[in-house]
Structures are given as structure tokens and as C-alpha cells.
Design a protein around this ligand. Structure first.
Ligand code: TYM
Length: 378
């Protein structure tokens, strides 16, 4: 781990992430009020998504480049998923942000299923498991309701013949020492891992417009090397917005992880499982006894329940503010907040699971989804 006591790479998060320090480490820019105001003024709804309003999307690269010319339909979106296992609620966030941009600005959205990445990075993942997971993840992402006329989905493996020429061009400009420094590769890293970053970069060049990436800050190393090389190859430097990482149930450290099941709520969890996980594992900022809670109040700063409501499950700013006041004054107890949160999650996921079943015939198209600029989801 670095001297900062936390580590963030596209493959691991360790320790309590200091997001402000990460901005310095990665060389990105904090999103300030002025930039948010500018963005808000350009939206159809004249309202920012809660991810922006509450600072969960907190850092960027060159976002002003897009905002300044946004009326000219000057950008497209690219984001992706590495299908290593079942998706949890944190994994959906960049797709929800992509949907927000699409709803507000009618832009195209390209989604990569990075099946190649997960196969070479996950020791125990067999090819067959990975293929099965990729299809399931595809249906989860399709369930959030992106515009089928403007959303293009591809599996890297399926689409590789189209990606390969540009991947080669990028790969030739990225040498061993850069890859080592940016991604932490070492003597144990395999050949597939070395080449993969060149593949992830390619879709940033899909249209001759600015490419905007909504993704977690952990993905930024890819964009850093894209930006070092793109102009030398005649492409535009990618633009990015970075979200923080939804914390695990156990506390505000680290990130939710699919491989540690009890830290996460999965998209296929049912109401009972959700309630059980929240009651048993969710760390709250409450006092040890009821009397103390009533007298001293709770602490929302360290409470995972409050943090999940703030990030994902309470859209009303007024209700959130009221909850904070009621918690701090001791008026409400942790049990009540936990119940409120599990009901909200259950309702959201029930709808999600229904949408997923409705979309399941799409799986027939998944195999052939590699043709760019075709209406894939119809
Ligand atoms: P993956 O599958 O690890 O994660 C998918 C996306 O989810 C974000 N993410 C989270 N966001 C909020 N809270 C969390 N706890 C959380 N955990 C993960 C990730 O930052 C990511 O945006 N290499 C990529 C796949 C990929 C990709 C891309 C991602 C291919 N092309 C372009 C972004 C943009 C990966 O394995 O993501």
C-alpha cells in the first residue's frame, strides 16, 4: 500500500479511500459549484442528478469541454462492465449516470462487456463461467432502461476484429515502464493483462466527437494513458467524470465487493435477504443504548445506512435533510432507518428484477451484438 494508507487501482481498493488525495494522486480535477451550475443550465430538466447534487460524482477530466458546446450534440458516452460475477448495486451506478446524460442530452451510449479483461485478471474464472456471467450482466444493465435507439452494446471478444486495429495503434505507443507505473504490472502479470488496456481504450475513438466516460474513479488509469497518446494518433483526448465507490455494508472503508457476499446487496437479492443483510451487517452511526441515542443523537458522518440513502436510495433532498436532523437530535433510531432503507432497496430491486425478466429475450441478440451503429436492442 502507498504511504497514504489506501490503494486504488482498476482491480483493487484497499483501506479507507481519501478521495481528495486521490484527485492529487491521479491528477484529475475536483468538480466545483460553478461547473455544476453550468451543466445544470444546459439540461432539459434544469435539475442535476443526485449523484452530482450530493458530490458523489466528484472529479473530472475536461468536462467543461463538453459543457461549453453541449448544444451542438458534441459528445457520446462510453462505459463498461467486466463480468467477473453477479452485479451488486454499486456496479449499476455508472450506467445510471450514463442514462441521466442520455435522458438530458439525447447522446449515444456505448457499453463494453469487458469479458476479455475479467478472463485474464481473475485466476479462477473459467471461460464458460465468464460467458454465462456476461450474458446475465448484460440483462442487468439492459434493465435500467437506456434508449434502445441510442445504445450500443458489444462484447470485447465478439467485437475484437473491429477493436483490434485501433488497439494495436495504442499498444505501440504504451511501453513497459508506463504500463508498470500506471497499472502496477509486475513479473507475475500475464500477457493478456498487458495488452488489455489497449482494448479498453479503443471505444473512446468510436465517433469523431468528444467521448465522455462516466465510471468509478478506479477506472481513471486507463483514461490517463488514453489522454497521453490519443492526439499523437489523431484522436481526441477522452473526457471523464468520476464517481466515488459505494461503500460496503460494514463501514465507510473500501468498496462493496462481489467476492465478499455479505458486504454487498446483489441485484438478484430478494426482500428477505435484503432485510437480513441490512439488519445484520449495516454499520450505523448510532449510540450503544436507546437512552444514549435519544439523548445524544446519532452520527450520519459514519453511518452506512445514511450514506446509501444519500448516494442511491433517497431522491428527495428535503426528506434526506429531515432524516439527518432527526437522527442527530435522537428523534429516530437506527432500526427505523434500517427498515426505511431495506424497504427502499427492496422496491427498487423488485422493479429491476421485473425489467430484467421482461428483457430476457434480448439475450438472443447478445451473441450478435457487435455491430456498431445498429439498433441492437430492438
Ligand atoms: P467493473 O465491472 O469492475 O465495474 C463496472 C463499473 O462500476 C464501477 N464500480 C462502482 N461504482 C460505484 N460503487 C462501487 N462500489 C463500484 N464498484 C465498481 C466501476 O468503476 C466501473 O465503472 N474495466 C471495467 C470494464 C470497462 C469499463 C469501460 C468501465 C470496460 N470499458 C469503460 C468504465 C468505462 C471493469 O472491470 O469495471
Amino acid at each position: 500500500m502507498s504511504e497514504e494508507n489506501f490503494k486504488v487501482t482498476p482491480w483493487e481498493i484497499e483501506g479507507k479511500v481519501d478521495y481528495q488525495k486521490l484527485i492529487k494522486q491521479f491528477g484529475t480535477t475536483a468538480i466545483d459549484k460553478q461547473l455544476l451550475e453550468k451543466l445544470k443550465n444546459k439540461t432539459k430538466s434544469k435539475r442535476l442528478s443526485a449523484f452530482f447534487r450530493r458530490g458523489f460524482i466528484y472529479s473530472h477530466r475536461d468536462l467543461e469541454k463538453i459543457i461549453d458546446n453541449i448544444d451542438k450534440n458534441n459528445f457520446f458516452i462510453y462505459t463498461g462492465r467486466g463480468p467477473s460475477g453477479k452485479m451488486h448495486i454499486g456496479h449499476l451506478i455508472p450506467f445510471m449516470i450514463s442514462k441521466w446524460f442520455q435522458d438530458e442530452f439525447d447522446c449515444n451510449v456505448y457499453i463494453a462487456m469487458a469479458d476479455d479483461e475479467k478472463f485474464v485478471f481473475k485466476d479462477k474464472l473459467t471461460f464458460e463461467e465468464m460467458e454465462k456471467t456476461a450474458k446475465d450482466n448484460f440483462l442487468d444493465i439492459s434493465a435500467i432502461g437506456l434508449n434502445p435507439d441510442k445504445t450500443f452494446f458489444f462484447s470485447d471478444i465478439e467485437y475484437i476484429s473491429k477493436l483490434y486495429p485501433v488497439a494495436l495503434k495504442f499498444s505501440k505507443k504504451i511501453n513497459f515502464s508506463t504500463a508498470k507505473a500506471v497499472f502496477g504490472f509486475n513479473n507475475e502479470s500475464n500477457l493478456g493483462q498487458f495488452f488489455y488496456p489497449a482494448v479498453q481504450i479503443v471505444p473512446t475513438t468510436f465517433e469523431n466527437k468528444n467521448c465522455l466516460i462516466p465510471a468509478g474513479i478506479d477506472q481513471d488509469p486507463y483514461w490517463r494513458i488514453q489522454r497521453d497518446v490519443a492526439e499523437k494518433l489523431g484522436y481526441k483526448k477522452v473526457v471523464a467524470v468520476h464517481n466515488k465507490l459505494l461503500p460496503p455494508l460494514q463501514g465507510l472503508e473500501g468498496k462493496m465487493s462481489s467476492s465478499v457476499g455479505d458486504t454487498a446487496i446483489f441485484l438478484d437479492d430478494d426482500s428477505k435477504t435484503i432485510e437480513k443483510k441490512i439488519n445484520k451487517y449495516a454499520f450505523s452511526g448510532g449510540q450503544p443504548t436507546l437512552e444514549e441515542q435519544r439523548k445524544k443523537g446519532g452520527n450520519t458522518e459514519i453511518c452506512v445506512v445514511y450514506s446509501w440513502l444519500e448516494i442511491l436510495f433517497e431522491d428527495s433532498d428535503e426528506k434526506l435533510e429531515q432524516r439527518k436532523k432527526d437522527c442527530k437530535s435522537g428523534k429516530i433510531l437506527c432500526g427505523e432507518c434500517k427498515k426505511y432503507l431495506s424497504d427502499k432497496i427492496s422496491k427498487t430491486l423488485k422493479q429491476h428484477q421485473e425489467n430484467k425478466i421482461k428483457n430476457s429475450p434480448l439475450i438472443e441478440k447478445y451473441k450478435y451484438s457487435g455491430i456498431l451503429a445498429q439498433k441492437m436492442w430492438k
